[in-house]
Design a protein around this ligand. Structure first.
Ligand SMILES: Nc1ncnc2c1ncn2[C@@H]1O[C@H](COP(=O)(O)OP(=O)(O)O)[C@@H](O)[C@H]1O
Ligand SMILES: [Mg+2]
Length: 155
């Protein structure tokens, strides 16, 4: 499934819709260049999931991991500065998943060995200054369930 957004606000709103469609244990693997809109999208997911202040989610410079308590625990990891999968696992990645949280990983292609088979892959591409294409791929049963809920939440 592919969707286009035409402003940061639209990307935020798309993230909010996904944030209302989460179930525990989901891993969201975000792929896309710097400035594509991955962090903007996760801000929306946090907000849709009921985190009090979505501005708490920023692309972390010194913090690699942010945790947000909403309907579900959302853990947002920017793996840009990690050397690879082993470093992510050393940060406790497998425990986050085991805890039934929702885990959103930026630069997922850099740590693909740590990403479980069942995940929701979202590729974010910059088309022009304000246009972004988001391509959603459900790679397993929990991701399929999430996308079904996302498609039902059309508001
Ligand atoms: N349609 C859009 N969706 C998301 N971001 C957009 C859009 N149009 C422009 N932008 C800009 O692109 C940048 C995206 O930044 P960010 O979300 O931090 O990207 P990433 O996390 O992928 O590096 C922001 O400066 C934002 O204002
Ligand atoms: Mg980012």
């Amino acid at each position: 499934m592919q969707l286009q957004t035409h402003s940061p606000q639209e990307t935020l709103e798309l993230g909010q819709r996904l944030g209302r469609s989460l179930s525990g244990g989901l891993v969201i693997a975000l792929v896309g260049d710097l400035g594509a809109g991955k962090t903007q999208f996760v801000k929306g997911v946090a907000s849709g999931n009921g985190a009090t202040d979505p501005k708490q989610v920023t692309s972390p410079t010194f913090t690699l991991i942010n945790e947000y308590e909403g309907q579900r625990t959302l853990i947002h990891i920017d793996t840009y500065r990690l050397k690879g999968s082993a470093e992510l696992v050393a940060l406790g990645f497998d425990e986050f998943i085991a805890e039934d949280a929702v885990v959103a990983v930026e630069w997922a292609d850099r740590v693909c060995e740590a990403i479980p088979e069942d995940h929701l892959r979202i590729e974010v591409e910059s088309i022009d200054a304000n246009t972004r294409r988001l391509s959603f791929s459900a790679m397993g049963a929990s991701a399929v369930a999430c996308l079904e809920s996302f498609n039902a939440n059309q508001d």
